[in-house]
Design a protein around this ligand. Structure first.
Ligand code: ATP
Length: 275
């Protein structure tokens, strides 16, 4: 018997109008651990406090951040960027903006990422990768709610909620001297931990069914059943790449199986593989 979702996925009401990928239209949260996470996200969403989302790569941190933004009633944009892409040389202008002629790097808009997220939410992925000097500046902006654009003599008020994400333990980064202690303390009050997929086994089959459904629809195929043996293989796998890996496995299985029931050989996973 294929598994059934015992709770409908949480859909994003405006999904058809917004530019989210097909993948980001719903949050499948069935396991008790992810339901708990959703309850905490629901409780924290309406506030303005910055939040720190911890979790391995591919667990769904950005999707959760989008969910929080949608439930925060903040009218501005959800702006997502990875701290790893911020250049040490031009990072300040990229993040906080610059006045005309002050910045020769050419990257980003004048308003900077903070300006783009004004009234909305800035999702900063892998915050531990932010250059050290910018960490302190980020803290100052969060505390004062104003930015000094590069080359500006006056501060500009900004209303941005920061949702930071990290796949590494920031306490260890602080201990190692690579992450600012005060910024860590500032972010610590609103922490959310996204458990790895192997720690919320109850989500695996509902997610697999969900991905089968959306990819079959996209490819114009009938949704194939997920065979019992395939279900067992999916539940036993360690999923080092978490939900992103599961989606890729299901997408590929669908291409291999076509309309046939999904069997273990379509998953191309080794039983008990530790990753
Ligand atoms: N609960 C879920 N329901 C539906 N889709 C999910 C869920 N969790 C994750 N996904 C999908 O899995 C993929 C990975 O999610 P996302 O990019 O949010 O992870 P992440 O933790 O931010 O990854 P990274 O750390 O690598 O940036 C996306 O395609 C996302 O839509």
């Amino acid at each position: 018997m294929p598994p059934t979702l015992n709770a409908p996925p949480l859909t994003f009401a405006d999904a058809p109008q917004n530019p989210l990928s097909i993948r980001a239209k719903a949050l499948v949260f069935v396991d008790p651990r992810s339901r708990q996470l959703r309850e905490r996200a629901d409780a924290l969403a309406p506030g303005h406090q910055p939040l720190l989302i911890r979790g391995e790569t591919g667990t769904g941190k950005e999707l959760l951040a989008r969910y929080i933004h949608r439930h925060s009633e903040r009218g501005g944009l959800f702006v997502a960027l990875s701290a790893a892409t911020i250049s040490p040389q031009w990072g300040e202008a990229e993040l906080f903006g610059h006045v005309g002629g002050a910045h020769a790097g050419g990257a980003g808009s004048r308003a900077g990422w903070f300006g783009s997220a004004h009234g909305g939410t800035l999702y900063l992925d892998e915050i531990a990768d932010l250059p050290r000097a910018l960490q302190r500046k980020l803290l100052a902006v969060l505390e004062t709610r104003e930015v000094y654009r590069v080359g500006a003599s006056q501060a500009t008020p900004v209303d941005v909620r920061l949702l930071a994400a990290s796949s590494i333990d920031l306490a260890r980064a602080v201990a190692a001297g690579t992450f600012d202690e005060d910024l860590y303390a500032y972010l610590c009050d609103g922490q959310l931990h996204f458990p790895a997929l192997r720690e919320r086994v109850g989500d695996i089959l509902p997610l697999a069914e969900y991905f089968l459904g959306i990819h079959a629809l996209r490819l114009g195929l009938a949704i194939p059943a997920l065979g019992e043996q395939a279900q067992a293989v999916l539940e036993a796998h360690r999923w080092p790449g978490n939900t992103r890996e599961l989606e890729n496995v299901i997408h590929f299985a669908l291409l291999l199986a076509g309309a046939k029931e999904i069997a273990p050989e379509h998953l191309q996973l080794v039983m008990g593989q530790t990753g």
